[in-house]
Each structure stands twice: as C-alpha cells, then as structure tokens.
Design a protein around this ligand. Sequence first.
Ligand SMILES: NC(=O)C1=CN([C@@H]2O[C@H](COP(=O)(O)OP(=O)(O)OC[C@H]3O[C@@H](n4cnc5c(N)ncnc54)[C@H](OP(=O)(O)O)[C@@H]3O)[C@@H](O)[C@H]2O)C=CC1
Ligand SMILES: N[C@@H](CC=O)C(=O)O
Length: 434
Amino acid sequence: MNSPLKVAVLGCGSVGSQVVRLLREQADDLAARIGAPVELAGVAVRRLDGAREVEVPAELLTTDAAALVARDDVDVVIEVIGGIEPARSLILSALEHGASVVTANKALLAEDGATLFEAAEKAGRDLYYEAAVAGAIPILRPLRESLAGDKVTRVLGIVNGTTNFILDKMDTSGAGFGDALEEAQALGYAEADPTADVEGFDAAAKAAILASLAFHSRVTANDVHREGITEVSAGDVRSARDMDSVVKLLAIAELRTDDQGEEAVSVRVHPAMIPRSHPLASVREAYNAVFVESEAAGQLMFYGPGAGGSPTASAVLGDLVTVARNHRQGTRGVGESAYADRAVLPMGETRTRYHVAIDVDDKAGVLAAVALAFAEHGVSIQTVRQEGRGDDAQLVVVSHEATDAALAATVDHLRGMDIVREVTSVMRVEGTEE
Ligand SMILES: NC(=O)C1=CN([C@@H]2O[C@H](COP(=O)(O)OP(=O)(O)OC[C@H]3O[C@@H](n4cnc5c(N)ncnc54)[C@H](OP(=O)(O)O)[C@@H]3O)[C@@H](O)[C@H]2O)C=CC1
Ligand SMILES: N[C@@H](CC=O)C(=O)O
C-alpha cells in the first residue's frame, strides 16, 4: 500500500463531525478508491471543550488552525468552518503550503471565489466545493464537467433546505415561522446565524456559484437580486393554497440578451408561488431540487437532501476522493472556467407574473379603477377575484408577465389610491402561464 494521505479537517460542527465519522467508518473503501490510506492529521475547532457529535482523539484536536494548514505533511485540507475569515486565509495558506482543498463554504466562494481560484491555479492544486451548493446533490460537477460541451441557458431551483423546511411546515402543518425555524436549527439545517438562510443570503451565494459555472462567468453574491422569506405571511401561504399553489424560495439564473443584443445574465433569489402540479412544488422538508435547461440536453432535474451534516459530508468526501487521486498523481482536476465576461441585468428588467392582494373599499367601480391602475403601467391582468365583503373586501390579482419595474410602479400607484386601504401581498408567480 502507498504511504498515507494526510487530511486536516477545519471545523467539527454539523458537517465536520460527519466528515470525521465517515473518514473513520469508510476508511477501507476510501483507501481502495484513492490507492492510499487516509490519515487524519488534525481537526481544528474554536473551543477544545465543545460538545461534539463525534469523538476526536485529544491529540488530534487543535485550536491552532493556522499551524495545522501550514504543516508540510498535510496533503488535503477540508474547510468546514464557514464564513469569510479566517476561512479565506486558512484556505490560501493551505494552497501555498502545497495542500489541495475541499470546502463547503458557499459564502466565501460567492464573495471572493476569484482570489481562491487564482491561488489554486498558482499553487497547481485543486480547490473543490461540490458541498457548497445543494448539500448531497451532485450539481456542480455536472455543470462543470458533464455539460461542458453544451450551452446552459437557465438554472432554476430550491437551494436552501432551511427555508424550504419552514415554508413546507407553514403549508402542511400550519406551523408558525418561529416554530418551524427552531425545528430546522435543531436538525442542523440552518446556519449558526439563521439570517443567512431566512433573508436569502445563503441561497444568493449558491445562485452566484451556479450562475458562474453555468454561464462561464464570474457572478458574485452582490450581483444577485435577493429577497428572503421573512415577509412571507401565513396569508400568503393561504392565498397560494387557494390558487392550488405553494410558496417556495427560488434561485433563478438565466442567460438573456441585453439592449445591445449581447448575452447577459440575470440572477435572483425570491419567494414565488408555483402551481402544485409543478415538480418543484413536491420538494418537501429540507430537500433541494435544481432544474438545468441547456440547448442540446434540454431539461435536467437534480433532486436530493440539500442540507444537514451527513448529506453534506457525502459531497465533501466525494470531492476528497477526487482531489486525493489527483494529488497522488501530481495532476489537477478541472479548474474555474470563467472566460466569458457577461453583464448582469438589473432586476427591473426581469419579467415574471405577479400575485397582488389589495384590501379595498367595498364599493362600485373599485374593480375597474384597480384594473386601470395596472393597465396604466402596462401590466395586463390574467385573473382577478374579490374575496370578502365590507371591511374585509380584498381583490386578488394575478398578472400576465410584466417587468419588475412596471409592477413596482403599479404597486406605488395602488398605494396612492383612496379606494385602496392596503396592498397586503405582492409575490412573483413562477410556472407555466395557463
Ligand atoms: N450545515 C449544513 O447543512 C451545511 C453547511 N454547509 C457549509 O459547511 C460549513 C460548515 O457548516 P456547519 O458544519 O453547519 O457549521 P457549524 O457552525 O456547525 O460548525 C463550524 C465549526 O467550525 C469551528 N470553527 C469556527 N470558527 C473557527 C475558527 N476560527 N478556528 C477553528 N475552528 C472554527 C467550530 O468550532 P467549535 O465546534 O469549537 O465551535 C465548529 O466546529 C459552512 O461553510 C456552511 O455554509 C454547506 C452545506 C450544508
Ligand atoms: N443552511 C443551509 C445548509 C446547506 O447549505 C440550508 O439550509 O440549505
């Protein structure tokens, strides 16, 4: 047998503990697949006395991650600490010291992937990150490798397990937002600070990574239009149910043509109503699903567990086997392919349908006045119905496709009308127009 491959693991939380467990439990198979036994060189944590889901021998635990990654006997560093710093400095140091890197850190990749890719290129080492998007689902490798000869035009999916879990609970059990979030945290789906999940930052980071790979461009988290689910009310979920739809947090990346006729990208994350008949509507709990549309292949769908320690560790270990094989052979895998310099389209130019709920005075001519307000901004109405009477009167409008800018102008207009008491809900509608 060849000499052992030494692996340092940075972080031993939800994901790191499962990586350590699998390294131990799958040791024989990993050795056979890599061609050398894997030896744990060390596990870096913040506090030595923290409660762990896995037992780590005391001599392997350290709080000095910087010293661990600088060791010249470490072949591969697995970074599952999260956040920007010290994760970025540790990855850069690992590469400089000759190690290949596997990371699940979507926040860092979406903020400053370029620096990491350049460092990996310079060092002649691998930087793999399958676990950064959609947990256990193999989606980055298909985009980077299997579809390398095709032209991807659209990626649409549910890429955040926590928010899908929350929205699913709100839809199926009538749970409140807070209770559903607590359950998601207890199950290890939510980030330490759930703001990243519920405000859409996590999904936006994943959307940026997907768009970069799909369109061979550099798209960062700042390029992504982002809306979270904190404004989604029980009323929105009920309205969706009345329309035989569900509310999902969607990540959408599209290749479009700009005013100059150039190819540009549009990337956004927002809640949307989708019909229950749509395949994404049946994605339950913390599962994720990603649709990829490409010119030659047509439509592909990837589905599976999108969060949680064990599923994410599966993706990490898959990358470990690849980079370990490359490392042993002195080669590198496929690197970044951001050769296309495409502009990012402003959200105002994005076209979708909208569901708008408006509390109105219950009197003659209200419907006509509201319809006129939509028409004045070029937003045509697909359906409109009145719910309730008297003080509870509400109009529920579903529009045909319109730009975000036109819809925003319509909503402003509605808010200024005497007969409108409140615009209670504005939500995008995805799925085929009937
Ligand atoms: N949880 C999930 O479902 C998924 C997570 N990810 C990504 O995986 C990464 C890890 O997430 P997760 O396991 O949930 O995070 P956790 O918060 O559960 O674990 C983080 C770990 O990193 C350690 N750590 C934090 N700061 C430092 C530091 N400065 N030096 C050394 N160790 C440190 C912590 O130490 P201590 O234990 O002492 O506090 C802890 O062990 C993140 O990038 C996340 O976005 C990706 C996909 C899914
Ligand atoms: N918090 C994330 C974890 C995986 O990326 C999620 O809920 O999807």
